[in-house]
Design a protein around this ligand. Structure first.
Ligand SMILES: Cc1cc2nc3c(=O)[nH]c(=O)nc-3n(C[C@H](O)[C@H](O)[C@H](O)COP(=O)(O)O)c2cc1C
Length: 260
């Protein structure tokens, strides 16, 4: 009888174990993929609703889905033209893929690359909240580099297209407790009611320290993140970019005059 300690048997057991384990891991990855995709989509919808102040605590995934479908209208914007386009459908639109593809994005020179993103997508998906056909709010996807990572978020504007309804990031890799404080609800609460433009120029910014509410210009300012000026600057820069000439400014101007 062959000994169980033989090299052949040891190798056989090791190989069999590897095969079984890899089958379990890859099987789990394949089986869980649809759930992951669904959860990611749900998370995105929650963040869009949250930016617009329409997400209530404790809402179930079915309630979030229902609210999103009934209240939010996604549309694609041609950023360069500053108008809606039907060239691309909303169903399979993936903005990050659009941004990576040289055919559907623009290489930003150093002078224009305020948000430190290298390329800007030529098309973006925006989300409208309408009541009786009238615009209530618009939610714009924004992104830009902080200290360690690209921060991805949604900025909601009121119908005047100048007052911020809400702002939040759904993905970033900044340090918890420092740059990661962009997720602190108290910090996020400050954005609502702040004003983006001052005489046509992007004036909204994160200041160093606290906003002096008695001084003029406070309506364009949000408190800095303590010990995280670099992330704070990243947030200012990404807003400057996306609300400026290379971002949504042309579209917002056209939307205001009914020409989008
Ligand atoms: C481990 C480590 C992680 C840090 N993470 C961040 C960060 O996520 N965001 C940030 O702005 N600063 C971060 N900092 C601090 C920056 O290096 C820098 O000191 C800070 O942004 C300056 O802001 P202050 O002038 O408000 O102190 C980190 C520092 C260390 C040592």
């Amino acid at each position: 009888m062959a000994s169980n300690d033989s090299i052949k048997k040891t190798l056989l057991v090791a190989v069999a174990l590897c095969i079984v384990c890899s089958l379990v891991v890859s099987g789990a990855a394949v089986l869980l993929k649809p759930a992951q995709v669904k959860n990611k989509a749900l998370d995105r919808k929650s963040n869009i609703l949250a930016a617009a102040g329409m997400l209530e605590p404790g809402q179930s995934s079915a309630e979030i889905e229902e609210k999103f479908v009934s209240r939010i209208t996604p549309k694609i914007v041609d950023i360069e033209a500053g108008r809606y386009t039907t060239e691309l459908g909303v169903a399979n639109f993936e903005q990050r893929k659009v941004a990576k593809n040289p055919e559907t994005s623009t290489d930003l020179g150093d002078a224009d690359d305020v948000a430190n993103i290298s390329r800007r997508e030529d098309y973006a998906i925006v989300y409208l909240v309408e009541t009786d056909g009238k615009l209530d709010k618009i939610i714009l996807p924004v992104h830009g580099y902080g200290l360690w990572s690209t921060l991805y978020g949604f900025l909601a504007l009121e119908a005047d297209l100048n007052t911020i309804a809400g702002f939040g990031f759904y993905e970033h890799g900044e340090t918890p407790g420092l740059g990661g404080e962009v997720d602190n609800p108290k910090w996020k609460d400050q954005w609502s009611g702040k004003v983006v433009y001052d005489e046509g120029e992007v004036a909204i910014k994160v200041v160093k320290g606290s906003v002096d509410t008695g001084k003029s210009g406070a309506e364009h300012q949000v408190d800095g993140l303590s010990g995280a000026t670099l992330t704070s600057n990243g947030v200012t820069n990404l807003l400057k970019f996306w609300l400026g000439e290379m971002g949504y400014k042309k579209f917002l101007t056209n939307l205001k005059s009914g020409e989008a």
